[in-house]
Write a protein that binds this ligand. Structure first.
Ligand SMILES: NC(=O)C1=CN([C@@H]2O[C@H](COP(=O)(O)OP(=O)(O)OC[C@H]3O[C@@H](n4cnc5c(N)ncnc54)[C@H](OP(=O)(O)O)[C@@H]3O)[C@@H](O)[C@H]2O)C=CC1
Ligand SMILES: O=C([O-])C1=[NH+]CCC1
Length: 148
């Protein structure tokens, strides 16, 4: 991610995500390949994400990350993409907030209580200090204020 941000295109090949709509089910399949020759990393994330009906118990995002042997082409690891997606997305948000948020920001407000809400709460309270934290009761964090 650090190398990608430096925009050194000779070091990382990371095409824009290809997305296949799964129209009848309000979903998408995304394919996210990447190659970093210097680090010997060849991988792709495969992710499906859906607009679920309210109250659905199905996850909205499911992902797997495949790691390949760059020289031989075989798969060397199949990793849980959900944990990686949760941490990656929250980390990127925190970098954006670090660069863009006003210096005197004192209140954190998290909408929703799913995977991303949890990982964003964890990363943001780790990286920044807030006077107040607002969010859903179901996030169940000790410092969190909520209204029913
Ligand atoms: N840009 C990126 O890289 C990424 C984007 N995302 C996006 O972030 C969003 C959250 O993802 P994630 O945390 O994994 O999803 P989860 O399914 O874990 O959580 C979804 C949250 O949305 C709420 N929700 C779902 N449907 C409705 C609805 N119809 N009305 C009101 N609330 C609803 C749920 O409430 P309740 O708990 O009450 O059901 C829950 O709090 C998704 O839109 C996903 O596509 C996710 C990962 C990466
Ligand atoms: O890029 C990603 O990992 C995702 N985008 C939407 C849901 C997951």
């Amino acid at each position: 991610m650090g190398k990608f941000s430096k925009r050194d295109s000779s070091e990382i090949i990371q095409p824009v995500r290809s997305v296949v709509p799964i129209q009848p089910y309000n979903g998408f399949l995304g394919v996210m390949p990447s190659y970093v020759a210097a680090d010997g990393i060849l991988c792709t994330k495969m992710v499906t994400f859906y607009q679920r009906a309210e109250g659905s118990s199905l996850p909205s995002t499911q992902a797997t990350v495949l790691l390949f042997h760059p020289e031989r082409g075989h798969i060397t690891a199949i990793m849980d993409g959900e944990a990686i997606t949760a941490k990656r997305t929250a980390a990127v948000s925190a970098i954006s907030a670090k660069l863009l948020m006003p210096a005197l920001s004192e209140v954190l407000c998290i909408l929703g209580s799913g995977q991303q809400a949890k990982s964003h709460y964890d990363v943001f309270t780790n990286v920044f200090k807030f006077k107040e934290e607002w969010g859903s009761k179901t996030l169940s964090q000790p410092n969190l204020c909520w209204r029913s």
